[in-house]
Ligand binder design. Structure first.
Ligand code: ATP
Ligand code: MG
Length: 590
């Protein structure tokens, strides 16, 4: 084992999968599938449009209705205040068609960009799929954004249409909407609309529930997604209809999505996860989706898992850590026996969380890695694979990954066991096609046939990938390269620690030293004794060179609204530097 490998690879016992589990997955033998795989074959599993085109909404809806599954539940919506609404595949297709017809009625055509600023309400799904069906471009925005982040994204994205509610419109948009030259129409949900807006409910009611799917091709623009803004100003990544081949296939392979499954993705469609795996992939794979309008609430989540008999659940480390913080006892009275597959994305998943899943839900959490830019899951712990807790897993069939170094003479691949930048061989269907208005930045992502991700990782001798950190977050201390994740994971092993964020701060002798911000589990005091005890464990696990020099306690850590810890903000504050773009900042405490 290389030094780096010893440092990064966790010594948790491997979680083995049974033969029965392997056989029930889409692919039982991952290695064999990797050799046999082709994206052409994956494309053939979809239907396609007459004439050879492809359209995301058609694959998600119409083809299932045409195949006789119109009555199957597509969406079960659980309202914040106890309301419920079920939509079958036929009904959702009808609603999407109505919205497509409304767009046409108001003269909106392919090339126009439809932005949605909505909570997780049923209409959001009809708007997304109706827009795609009509060949226009869809961009979801997170409803909790303030006026400024909404405005800047609509400006960068040249929005032509906005769908929102009257209240969100008045609060966040009315003051400046006439300053957006390209904005042609604002639709608001409900019967009544503010001046200059169209009430969507009557418009939908009088529209026909049938429409022709626009003849999009694999290169037609479908979606614009803004990145999470964890490392700086959000970028607008452009995606095409051909991406649906990867949306479908990655859901089938990495999330174990099978027709008829009850599936719950907890991400908001305002983020790429909530669209790719909270709308498109589950519908294309003919699952029945749970959509919960409410925010995270432990009891509510446990109740949904139990009562709705969720089989496949896709969530995020921040939620898993909150559950762990509440303790096993709060999960004890529930029946989670329907759960078959648990997955996590968005941030590194600590080994403890993986194992905790096994203990509490009877299945480990399967970590997977991807980015807004990649459009779909790239590296994953597949259902049939043994899990090394703390590892992101292996590249999916159809995806070739490497650990590389950028040098003067191009990109060089590193050896197994070395830390470098995670790179992917270009050419899978859901890769972004552009960063809006940032061609140079886009071009810089590619070199020598590789797409360079900006994340640092290591591949071990069994071909498992381990996340080390974002290139920007890496700490260089006395000649050591330290990834924040390994330090944070060691801190979380301490019984008092709920969450941790680690940064490097300048130091005259060491270059940088490690500083940790920590939130505590209930029942622990933020005092010197606790600090000493945490520091003791960190030194034991990591050695004195890597263990934090300083540990400070916080009530909360600064996070993006999608739950990612914003280390750059801690660092900026530490150094008294400007905070940069904080449009996606959620909870915070200086
Ligand atoms: P920005 O690019 O605006 O700074 P962001 O990178 O957080 O924001 P996303 O595209 O939403 O925006 O997130 C992708 C990033 O999230 C990855 O590059 C990686 O750093 C992190 N990530 C996602 N999944 C994992 C995972 N399983 N393990 C570790 N990190 C992950
Ligand atoms: Mg990014």
């Amino acid at each position: 084992m290389s030094d780096a490998e010893q440092q990064v690879v966790k010594s948790f016992p491997v979680i083995r999968k049974s033969d029965e589990r392997r056989q029930s997955a889409a692919i039982a033998d991952t290695e064999q599938a990797r050799t046999a795989f082709s994206w052409e074959q994956a494309r053939k599993r979809l239907t396609g449009l007459p004439g050879g085109g492809i359209n995301i909404a058609f694959e998600a809806l119409d083809r299932h209705v045409e195949a006789g599954h119109g009555d199957q539940l597509a969406i079960r919506w659980l309202g914040q205040d106890g309301g419920r609404r079920d939509l079958s595949y036929a009904e959702l297709t009808g609603e999407a068609s109505r919205f497509a017809n409304v767009l046409a009625e108001y003269g909106l055509v392919p090339g126009d960009r439809v932005f949605a600023l909505l909570g997780r309400v049923p209409e959001l799904y009809a708007v997304a799929l109706g827009t795609l069906r009509a060949g226009l471009t869809f961009t979801p925005l997170f409803a909790a954004f303030g006026p400024e982040p909404v405005r800047s994204r609509m400006e960068i994205g040249d929005a032509s249409v906005l769908v929102t509610t009257a209240s969100l419109y008045r609060k966040k948009i009315a003051a400046w909407s006439d300053e957006l030259p390209g904005l042609k129409q604002v639709f608001v949900l409900g019967q009544d609309a503010p001046e200059d807006c169209i009430a969507l409910t009557p418009a939908m009611a009088s529209a026909e529930p049938e429409s022709t799917v626009h003849a999009t091709t694999e290169d037609s623009t479908a979606l614009i997604h803004f990145t999470s803004g964890t490392t700086g100003r959000p970028k607008g990544a452009v995606h095409v209809h051909g991406a649906v081949v990867a949306h479908a296939e990655t859901g089938r392979l990495a999330l174990d999505l099978q027709p008829g499954d009850v599936y719950w993705c907890t991400a908001d469609p305002g983020w790429v996860t909530g669209t790719t795996y909270g709308i498109i992939s589950p519908l294309v794979n003919r699952c029945s989706m749970i959509v919960d309008e409410a925010e995270f609430d432990l009891d509510r989540w446990y109740r949904i898992l139990q009562e709705e008999k969720v089989q496949v659940w896709y969530t995020a480390p921040t939620a898993i850590r909150m559950m762990m913080r509440a303790g096993e006892a709060s999960a004890a009275d529930h029946d989670f026996s329907a759960l078959r597959f648990l997955a996590s994305v968005g941030e590194p998943l600590n080994a403890e969380c993986v194992v905790w899943g096994q203990k509490v839900f009877g299945s480990p959490f399967h970590d997977n890695w991807w980015q807004t830019e990649t459009g779909g899951i790239m590296i994953a712990n597949l259902p049939a694979m043994d899990i090394k807790p703390g590892s992101m897993g292996k590249p999916l069939p159809g995806i070739q990954a490497g650990i590389v170094e950028r040098g003067a003479s191009g990109v060089e691949e590193l050896l197994q066991g070395e830390i470098g930048e995670l790179a992917l061989r270009s050419g899978w269907p859901s890769m972004m096609r552009d960063y809006l208005h940032e061609p140079e930045r886009y071009a810089k992502c590619f070199d020598s046939g590789w797409y360079l991700t900006g994340d640092l990782a290591l591949c071990d001798s069994d071909g498992y990938y381990w996340f080390v950190g974002r290139a920007d977050d890496l700490i260089k201390s006395s000649g050591h390269l330290i990834g924040p994740f390994e330090v944070e994971s060691a801190l979380i092993e301490h019984e008092a620690v709920a969450e941790a964020a680690v940064i490097g701060i300048p130091d005259e002798t060491a270059g940088e030293v490690v500083k940790a911000y920590v939130t505590l589990n209930s029942g622990f005091e933020p005092d010197e004794a606790t600090e000493r005890s945490i520091r003791g464990l960190a030194r034991k696990r990591l050695g004195p060179a890597v263990a934090p020099r300083e540990i400070v306690f916080r009530q909360t850590l600064p996070k993006t609204r999608s739950g990612k810890i914003m280390r750059r903000l801690l660092k900026a504050r530490e150094l008294g530097l400007p905070e940069g773009d904080i449009s996606t900042l959620e909870s915070d405490e200086k």
